[in-house]
Design a protein around this ligand. Structure first.
Ligand code: PXG
Length: 465
């Protein structure tokens, strides 16, 4: 820790002037924000010199870990050569074109779906806005303008712009701002722990949960449905891992009714699940794939959409001008950092490492947490993991929401040098892909400690069954 910062001064500036995302402003001002000053490898430090193991990779993005000089060097070199130029008026730049080709080479072809084109943005939210525009343009061009409805899922997260928040199924977001916008609707999520019937197997549940899509399509009328959008594994919703039967059945249904499939891989792509793209892991064939976050390991904003050939062909050959794009579409510095980031991932075999080494190791270690008296279920997928805090291990009965047991556990995490997210009473992690076995052991020790502390609180308060 080298940075000297006047914590109170920064907190005062922050309280006076900075409105934070997803924050109760007044509440934050009563306590003052934590000031993060530097980071290295999988650790971050605050302005008081406290070190924390960042088991969330920032916000699901710092896949190559902190402090990578190559990424800073790539940004510096590109800024000196060409810091910005637009790609609107029949113009391109070297990093944007090179990265598009690189991404096309990394995206696996499944069946008749291949990916040769990229549409750039600067975030996941913007990318999903672009998806809505492309999906609707596609059907217009095919002479089916009545195909407008896009189906998402309850507790799905697709961003925070008007379209992103509408595609997502977060009720708290819909309640503010008259969302969803027209022609976006939702089906229930494939959350086995909460939604399975007594005695139902995971496989059977996966088929039943995918069936909710078919029911919704029939309710709306298939001729009006444009697309289905989902995250391979729901991230912000609490690391909801679908049964293995779910995605193949979704594929069967979208094929049956001819609707487009959008895979929102803002969290799941670039090695998080042990593959470059997560649709490969789950065996489905999306038409559009949203990416952001780990494309640059979060070092600089960049997002986009991999546009599959089925859609690209129509947009290119029949489309004329596409009236949509951003100032920073194909930003040369962001694209140069992305290329350097992908280079690190390839050189260090980070994707293969998650698949063959640290992914299985985390799975084994994390599963052992399910023996803890407070844990109802503990599950992983690649380097994403989630566990549920319950008041009764046998019946899996949840705590009353108002007790905010997850937030209590999160407070213990911060106090003990661990960054782990609470989504209700689901505690979740997604550490950098560079994490070592020894660091996973350290992480497990910290998780056990905070679970013990939370259990002691719950027992003392008489909340356990
Ligand atoms: N799609 C998915 C699947 C995401 O996870 C977005 C789109 C939006 O990306 P941008 O770059 O516009 O934020 C995301 C973002 C959380 C949390 O609480 C998750 C995200 C963002 C903020 C908070 O876990 N994911």
């Amino acid at each position: 820790m080298t940075t000297k910062v006047d914590t109170q001064h920064i907190q005062a500036l922050d309280s006076a002037h900075f409105l934070h995302p997803f924050t109760d402003f007044k509440d934050l001002n009563t306590r003052g924000a934590r000031v993060i000053t530097e980071a290295k490898d999988i650790y971050v430090w605050d302005s008081e010199g406290k070190r924390m193991l960042d088991a969330m990779s920032g916000l699901w993005c710092v896949n190559v870990g902190y402090g990578r000089k190559e990424l800073a060097d790539a940004a510096h070199a590109q800024m000196m050569q060409l810091p910005y130029y637009n790609s609107f008026f029949q113009t391109t730049n070297v990093p944007a074109a090179t990265l598009a080709a690189k991404l096309a080479s990394l995206a696996p072809t499944v069946g008749d779906r291949s990916f040769e084109h990229v549409f750039y943005s600067s975030s996941g939210s913007e990318s999903n806005d672009s998806n809505v525009r492309m999906v609707r343009r596609y059907w217009d061009l095919l002479g089916q303008p009545e195909r407008k409805v896009i189906i998402g899922r309850v507790n799905g997260y697709h961003g925070s712009t008007m379209a992103g928040a509408s595609l997502g199924g977060m009720s708290g977001m819909h309640a503010q701002g008259d969302l969803p916008i027209p022609n976006i609707t939702h089906i229930e999520q494939p959350y086995f722990f909460e939604k399975a019937l007594p005695g139902e197997t995971s496989d059977a549940f996966g088929i039943r949960a995918a069936g909710w899509l078919e029911a919704k399509i029939l309710e709306i009328g298939a001729h009006k449905v444009a697309a289905f959008i989902g995250e391979p594994v729901q991230g912000a919703g609490g690391v909801i891992i679908p049964p293995t039967t779910y995605w193949p059945e979704i594929q069967r249904i979208v094929d049956k009714y001819g609707i487009l499939l959008v895979s929102d891989e803002v969290i799941c792509a670039f090695g998080r699940l042990g593959h470059w793209f997560a649709y490969e892991k789950f065996g489905y064939k999306p038409d559009l794939v949203t990416f952001a976050k780990a494309i640059t390991s979060g070092y600089i904003p960049l997002g986009g959409v991999m546009v599959g050939n089925r859609v690209a062909k129509v947009l290119i050959e029949q489309g004329g001008e596409f009236n949509h794009g951003y100032t920073y579409s194909g930003h040369p510095v962001a694209c140069a950092v992305a290329l350097a980031n992908l280079d690190i991932m390839e050189r260090e075999n980070l994707v293969g490492r998650v698949h063959d080494d640290v992914g299985p190791y985390l799975a084994q270690q994390f599963a052992a947490l399910s023996a803890h008296p407070l844990v109802g279920v503990a599950e992983t997928c690649g380097l994403m993991a989630g566990l549920v805090l319950v008041k009764n291990k046998e019946t899996k009965a949840p705590f009353p929401e108002a007790l905010e047991v997850g937030m209590r556990c999160r407070a213990h995490c911060f106090a003990n040098g661990l960054i782990m997210r609470a989504v209700g009473d689901r505690m979740i992690i997604a550490p950098p892909l560079t994490i070592t076995h020894a660091q996973i052991d350290e992480l497990m020790g910290l998780i056990r400690k905070v679970l013990d502390l939370t259990l002691a609180d719950a027992r003392a308060a008489g909340w356990m069954d």
